[in-house]
Design a protein around this ligand. Structure first.
Ligand SMILES: C[S@@+](CC[C@H](N)C(=O)[O-])C[C@H]1O[C@@H](n2cnc3c(N)ncnc32)[C@H](O)[C@@H]1O
Length: 275
């Protein structure tokens, strides 16, 4: 019998379960079933959960868990890297559920909508890491704005626009947003840019807008395929200025709850000085 210790080591490079063969097959079954759904259009929206994959359902539950943590924290909800924007209507619905009359709780999504503008050496070599990756359709930002407007029309304060999409490179659009809304505090910042440079730029832009209790959620912290996000956190803020935890039922997001807004040198900078 072969000695199990002599088996060759299998190095897992791509750590996305969504690229697993059975996941791809069951997803494409659901795609076909949705495309051929016998549910009449007028009731299809109410029944879309029938076709949602487990990962999308778990993500929606996670957003509920996150949102409940900011109910006593003032400020805007920002998502950096929205792509198709699936989380933005969730945040609108959660706001409507928990605090429908808080007209100061704005929700803003940022994306180029044309994919990654560029990549950095810290972003690693995963096949999805290249300029133009993760783009959307032409004119998508406009479509997303219209969808969000339709959702907001059904809220308790339909005459106050509290959800917005900012198209363009976050390096420019986040400072522009803060210039347009100088009163902004940030209660929840959801980072899903996947890349080093823009993640760092967003953290730098909002750091003075964080308050004790603000939540920073990271979709790819400690993720092997997208090292840039973790390196950006280590270089820009470090991880010693608030509780760091993950939700128990999913791999992410990783959540940093701000204890004292970070103004100290980062732990990487401290470490480099001490050696
Ligand atoms: C993983 S996708 C976001 C997925 C989305 N949050 C979701 O839940 O489906 C990463 C997004 O970051 C965006 N992105 C990366 N760098 C950017 C930058 N410098 N400015 C704006 N958007 C950027 C990409 O266009 C892409 O849509």
């Amino acid at each position: 019998m072969a000695d199990p210790r002599s088996r060759p080591t299998v190095v897992v490079r791509d750590v996305s379960p969504s690229t697993d063969c059975s996941t791809i097959v069951s997803r494409s079954h659901l795609q076909v079933l949705l495309a051929r759904s016998p549910i009449p259009p007028e009731v299809l929206l109410d029944n879309l959960a029938l076709y949602m994959p487990r990962t999308a359902i778990v993500d929606a539950i996670a957003m509920g868990d996150l949102y409940r943590r900011i109910l006593c924290v003032p400020g805007t909800v920002m998502e950096f890297g929205t792509r198709w924007g699936r989380r933005l209507p969730l945040f609108v619905a959660l706001r409507e559920l928990y605090e429908p009359y808080d007209y100061t709780r704005r929700i803003v999504g940022f994306d180029t909508f044309s994919g990654f503008p560029r990549v950095h050496v810290n972003d690693g070599g995963h096949p999805e890491i290249h300029a133009g990756s993760m783009s959307t359709a032409t004119g998508y930002a406009e479509h997303l704005s219209r969808v969000l407007e339709a959702h907001e029309e059904q809220t308790a304060l339909p005459h106050i626009r509290r959800v917005e999409v900012r198209a363009g490179d976050v390096v420019d659009t986040v400072p522009d947003y803060l210039r347009d809304y100088p009163e902004t505090l940030v209660s929840l910042a959801y980072f899903d840019l996947d890349l080093y440079e823009p993640t760092r730029a967003c953290m730098s832009a909002i750091r003075s807008r964080l308050v004790p209790g603000s939540i920073l959620a990271f979709d790819e912290l400690a993720h092997h395929n997208f090292p840039g996000e973790t390196l950006a956190v280590l270089d820009e803020l470090g991880l010693r200025w608030g509780a760091v935890e993950k939700l128990p039922h999913h791999r992410g997001p990783t959540i940093v709850t701000v204890a004292t807004p970070p103004s100290r040198p980062t732990c990487r900078a401290e470490h480099e000085r001490s050696v």
